[in-house]
Design a protein around this ligand. Structure first.
Ligand SMILES: NC(=O)c1ccc[n+]([C@@H]2O[C@H](COP(=O)([O-])OP(=O)(O)OC[C@H]3O[C@@H](n4cnc5c(N)ncnc54)[C@H](OP(=O)(O)O)[C@@H]3O)[C@@H](O)[C@H]2O)c1
Length: 255
């Protein structure tokens, strides 16, 4: 009997916000499949060091790079560091996100720009700087989005709009980069129990409601999202281009 294996041996991945939560699960999944992984973080060095250690324990090379992905110059320096260390990049996962959770009428100009810059404004410079490192081999670019891009959620106006812009950019990049053998897609997750949820005033309610309403009967985990990312980095997804794949156990098809 033959089996199918996803083998990323020799490839190099960058996962922004790869130190914690969903990004960490993605970094580990790509490492399990053979990739060397650079993770990016902003504030929590210890978490980044722990994730690097976990990747190395899998027998892969790992690097933690501190950079605010909301700053274009910081992105350029981060990619330069990857170039120096590995000389190539095959997979870019734009996962880091931030944002202000407030009713729309209370959002200030600063809140709006902060959220837009980090969630929607990052993918373009990341892509511009990393595509040259993919060279003629091509590669895979995956952005991490959320259901707030297409659904209305209380206090989520800025983040939801930023994710909608992100998904649109994914489609446009997918069109332009396909001839370079680069796939560009997004994964959009339902509610996932990470530290990010501590910023929601109604965290418990959100988790309970979500689990109850999910047809598969459980919440989506960081590993569920990571599995979809791995699939998008494999030859099994060769004809998937410019899509947003929803990973929510069917939550969004109900109600
Ligand atoms: N959790 C959910 O329910 C959910 C649902 C749908 C989609 N998502 C999406 O999944 C992605 C990850 O979310 P999560 O829940 O895993 O978040 P999380 O647990 O809060 O982790 C966020 C990660 O991003 C990093 N980060 C934050 N701001 C950054 C910046 N400006 N520059 C560089 N790194 C930065 C953090 O690093 P430090 O720790 O060093 O600050 C950390 O590694 C986001 O795109 C989010 O929108 C989450």
């Amino acid at each position: 009997m033959s089996s199918i294996e996803i083998n990323l041996q020799g490839q190099v991945a960058l996962v922004t916000g790869g130190s914690r939560g969903i990004g960490r699960a993605i970094a580990l999944r790509l490492a399990q499949a053979g990739a060397n992984v650079a993770i990016n973080y902003l504030r929590q060095r210890t978490a980044a060091e722990e994730t690097v250690a976990a990747i190395r324990a899998l027998g892969r090379q790992a690097l933690a790079i501190r950079a605010n992905v909301g700053e274009h110059e910081a992105i350029e320096e981060m990619v330069e560091e990857i170039k120096k260390e590995y000389g190539r990049l095959d997979i870019l996962v734009s996962n880091a996100a931030s944002g202000v959770l407030k009713p729309a009428l209370e959002l200030t100009e600063k809140h709006w720009h902060w959220t837009m810059d980090i969630n929607a404004g990052t993918l373009l410079p990341l892509t511009q700087h990393t595509v040259p490192l993919m060279g003629e081999r091509g590669g895979h670019i995956i952005a991490v989005s959320s259901l707030g891009s297409v659904r209305a959620i209380p206090n989520y106006a800025a983040v939801g709009a930023s994710k909608a812009a992100l998904e649109s950019l994914v489609r446009h990049l997918a069109l332009e980069l396909a001839p370079k053998k680069i796939s560009v897609n997004a994964v959009s997750a339902g509610v996932v129990d990470t530290d990010a949820l501590s910023h929601f005033p109604n965290r418990e309610q959100l988790l309970n409601h979500s689990a109850e309403r999910t047809p598969t009967g459980r919440l989506t985990t960081p590993e569920d999202v990571a599995d979809a990312v791995l699939f998008l980095c494999s030859g099994l997804s060769a004809q998937i281009q410019g899509q947003t794949i929803v990973i929510d156990g069917g939550y969004s098809i109900t109600g």
